[in-house]
Design a protein around this ligand. Structure first.
Ligand SMILES: [Cu+2]
Length: 604
């Protein structure tokens, strides 16, 4: 395999699958329809396509940069001061919004057509180029693309962390200020996906919904300076469990999500644009997971809360001999990065107090599979409590765990009690992806060297969030739909088809449920399958057709289903509350961008 020294065998196709110019040509030919509607930069780049040998990243001196001790809040902006700028149900094309479908169910959330103060949290983000980004002090300043908001002190806030709450809608106005004359990897047309909010289709960041001032994707109506994304922050099951005095949020509280993330999802360019830096966290709280470890409400879980609630995004990256990020957006196989960034930094340090922390681990891609351990300086794995997978709190915590497996886009929330260690202890997150790579590669240093600032009143209750499992009757009655994830002609397909954002491969009546069989019949390649909009329950898993146990951390709800070679799974899915276009795709973003995605629609 190419430069894949950190990659376990089963996660990477064999050498014989290495991309050839022939496979590139077949890609260009096969996706000619997509090219016609895709950003021009893709077309011009593709016609000049040449095989590129990926570099080995230059060495770096570890532990030079500190991560911030606390995640700061994103400031709201006043979108109500000027009535002509106020968010509205239809696209505000007169004031520069791109043409989009109307927001669904808008009038069920707001009292009047004119949005009033405090009815929603209102934010503005600007997608911008930054020519002075530092991944590591040993590498020079370089280009990054970020979502930029406003921090508490009024300073720019790059890839901000949202703190949202069920029952309070969020509206994000995203301005596209990326340079239209950009060269190099990435495209300046964007579509922001909030993974995996129960969001109406027009706000989901559908891959064909990309926009800029000059161009839009095939499923959009007109270009514009900005697009409004409407996040109702209701629980799934809004129609079945309507909003009312006994249910102030609306929907089924058992369907809550906590750890979400947003990233660019532009057709054919998700990997490139996310590699440029377009990704961030969206943390969602409710009465149970209230974000307050001192919450007097007896229903509250009182998990460790801000600033001890800390998200960590891991990305695999390659750098050239000059220390500039390398990414070959034409390569349908890709090469896993030999540098792993943590919240955008290579080998950073996190300083902590001797107390409990909630660490929210995210594999933000584009390609690498991780097996993380928390070890001491003698490489001995330290236990922690595992509480949430894919953003969903498990019914009960998993105690004394030492490992977090993360395929691309998967999340794992863990509680680590640093009070168990002597003050001054250093710990490390290491990635051990094969038995032979023990002790693994250290990607983050944690120094327990900040004095305790107050009592730790946080707890990890024995019961977290109840789960609604499908009944035997529902499973027996559910129609079964099969999806095969297969390589064809050097590209990646779902049921033998390359992505077509203009045509849905499934039409599902709103309110129905189905069983989806996800099948990876190939040896030697892994596909993390992501289904937008709704979580699923894994009913069964199979290795080479033989039933195997579902791992304990996968027995809650999930939105990413990691299928190793010759693995398959049966998933129970509900389709609720909103209609329109959504996708399922491989979240190995390289596979995704080279065809392995399918549109499915919910119809009224
Ligand atoms: Cu894949």
């Amino acid at each position: 395999m190419k430069n894949g020294k950190h990659e376990p065998n089963q996660h990477t196709p064999p050498d014989s699958d290495s991309p050839s110019s022939e496979s590139r040509r077949s890609f260009f030919k096969a996706t000619s329809a997509a090219i016609l509607t895709a950003p021009a930069i893709l077309t011009s780049r593709k016609t000049k396509a040449q095989a590129v040998t990926p570099p080995t990243s230059p060495p770096t001196t570890p532990w030079l940069e500190d991560l911030p001790q606390a995640i700061e809040p994103l400031q709201q902006t006043d979108l109500l001061a000027d009535p002509e700028r106020t968010p509205q149900v239809a696209a505000n094309t007169i004031r520069g919004e791109c043409g989009r479908n109307d927001h669904q169910r808008w009038d069920e959330f707001f009292a009047s057509p004119q949005l009033q103060a405090n009815e929603a949290d209102l934010y503005e983000l600007r997608a911008k180029a930054n020519n002075n980004y530092i991944f590591h002090p040993d590498y020079g300043p370089q280009l990054a693309w970020n979502y930029v908001g406003i921090a508490g002190n009024g300073a720019p806030y790059f890839n901000p962390v949202f703190h949202a709450r069920y029952g309070q809608p969020v509206i994000v106005r995203l301005y596209n200020e990326l340079p239209s004359n950009h060269t190099g990897f990435g495209t300046p047309e964007i579509s922001m996906h909030l993974h995996n909010l129960h969001a109406p289709s027009e706000s989901d960041g559908f891959p064909g919904d990309y926009f800029s001032k000059f161009k839009v994707g095939p499923t959009m109506l007109s270009p514009g300076d900005f697009k409004d994304y409407f996040y109702p922050n209701i629980y799934a099951g809004f129609d079945e469990f309507p909003k009312g005095p006994d249910n102030p949020v609306g929907g089924d509280m058992r369907e809550a999500l906590g750890t979400l993330w947003y990233h660019d999802h532009t057709l054919d360019f998700t990997a490139a644009n996310a590699a440029r830096g377009m990704a961030g966290f969206y943390l969602l709280y409710d009465e149970l997971d209230s974000g307050d470890e001192n919450d007097p409400n007896p229903a509250a879980l009182r998990l460790p809360s801000h600033p001890y609630d800390y998200p960590l995004a891991f990305q695999d990256k390659l750098f050239d001999a000059n220390g500039a990020q390398f990414f070959d957006q034409l390569d349908p196989i890709g090469t896993s990065g030999d540098k792993i960034t943590v919240n955008g930094k290579i080998e950073p340090v996190l300083h902590v107090e001797p107390r409990k922390y909630r660490l929210r681990l995210l594999n933000a891609g584009p390609r690498q599979f991780y097996e993380f351990y928390l070890v001491n300086s003698a490489d001995v794995a330290q236990p922690f409590t595992y509480i949430a997978n894919d953003g969903n709190l498990l019914p009960a915590p998993l105690l004394n765990r030492t490992r977090v497996l993360l395929d691309v886009a998967e999340r794992g929330d863990i509680i680590v009690d640093f009070a168990k260690f002597a003050f001054g202890t250093d710990l490390y997150f290491v990635n051990r992806i094969t038995p032979t790579s023990d002790p693994g590669i250290r990607v983050l240093k944690i120094m327990i060297d900040i004095p305790l600032s107050g009592p730790d009143n946080s707890q990890v209750p024995a019961v977290l969030r109840p789960i609604r499992r499908p009944s035997a009757e529902e499973i027996a009655a559910a129609p079964v739909r099969r999806w095969d994830f297969v390589r064809r002609n050097g590209l990646w397909t779902v049921n033998n088809k390359l992505v077509n954002v203009n045509s849905a491969s499934a039409h599902i009546a709103k309110g129905n449920f189905e069983i989806w069989e996800l099948n990876n019949p190939s040896a030697g390649v892994r596909h993390p399958i992501h289904i937008h909009f709704e979580e699923g329950h894994i009913l069964q898993r199979f290795n080479s057709g033989i039933p195997v146990a579902v791992p304990v951390h996968e027995r809650g709800r999930k939105d990413v289903f990691s299928l190793g070679g010759n693995q398959s799974a049966r998933i129970f899915m509900r389709f609720r509350d909103f209609s329109g276009k959504y996708v399922m795709h491989c979240h190995n973003m390289i596979h995704e961008d080279h065809g392995m995605m399918v549109r499915w629609d919910i119809v009224d």
